[in-house]
Design a protein around this ligand. Structure first.
Ligand SMILES: [Ca+2]
Ligand SMILES: [Ca+2]
Length: 209
């Protein structure tokens, strides 16, 4: 392996070791305009129909409790979930049969709210490839009047998590949730990574000429 390629791989490895600090950014929209609120993403990892989504588990329901939709239908308005029976959770199992190294997650949005005071109180847990148990990332709370959004991102602008195989969102009594958008991509296989690194080296050589 030549030195440049070796250095690039070391740099890539170090990038993967950077400590992730989760930044929670809250925002709210006009409660008088409740029908014209946040845009939900339609192309995120867990959106209905996404190739990255293998299955969904929900408790205590056997399926979604929703208003003509789901919290992953790409629509803020449809798929309202507000449960009054205690803690409840949604688990999204990602497809790791075709993407065996899991997924890098860059941002997560949790959308909810209504035109009277509501809250989102979510404990987010994850499994990485090979994990038997879930690890808690944190609990994120926001109370407001109007359409609400909690955005989670990495303080360094990198990924929140990498190598993820499943995400579990546990909510509290009387939370009102409308959409969960998880932005990320499959972690490249080593062969692909090497090709990317070699491509980068070739590009460097080309620039030097
Ligand atoms: Ca929805
Ligand atoms: Ca979505």
């Amino acid at each position: 392996m030549n030195k440049v390629l070796g250095m690039m791989l070391v740099m890539l490895s170090l990038t993967g070791l950077a400590a992730a600090t989760v930044v929670q950014t809250n925002s709210v929209k006009d409660p008088n305009d409740i029908y014209n609120l946040y845009d939900a993403m339609t192309d995120d990892l867990i959106n209905d129909g996404s190739a990255a989504l293998a299955s969904v588990d929900s408790t205590p329901w056997n399926g979604y409790l929703a208003n003509n939709g789901s919290v992953t239908d790409g629509n803020f308005w449809s798929g309202q979930l507000d449960y009054w029976g205690g803690t409840w959770s949604l688990t999204y199992n990602l497809d790791t049969s075709s993407n065996t190294l899991g997924y890098a997650i860059s941002t997560i949005d949790i959308l909810g709210g209504w035109n009277d005071p509501k809250k989102i109180e979510c404990t987010l847990a994850y499994k990485l490839i090979g994990d038997a148990e879930y690890t808690t990332l944190g609990t994120y709370l926001y109370e407001a009047l109007g359409g609400m959004k909690i955005n989670l991102s990495d303080s360094l602008g990198g990924d929140l998590l990498s190598g993820v195989s499943a995400l579990r969102f546990t909510f509290q009594n009387a939370d009102l949730i409308r959409e969960i958008d998880v932005v990320g991509s499959a972690v490249p296989e080593p062969a692909t990574l090497s090709l990317l690194a070699i491509g980068g080296v070739l590009a460097m050589f080309r620039r030097r000429k």
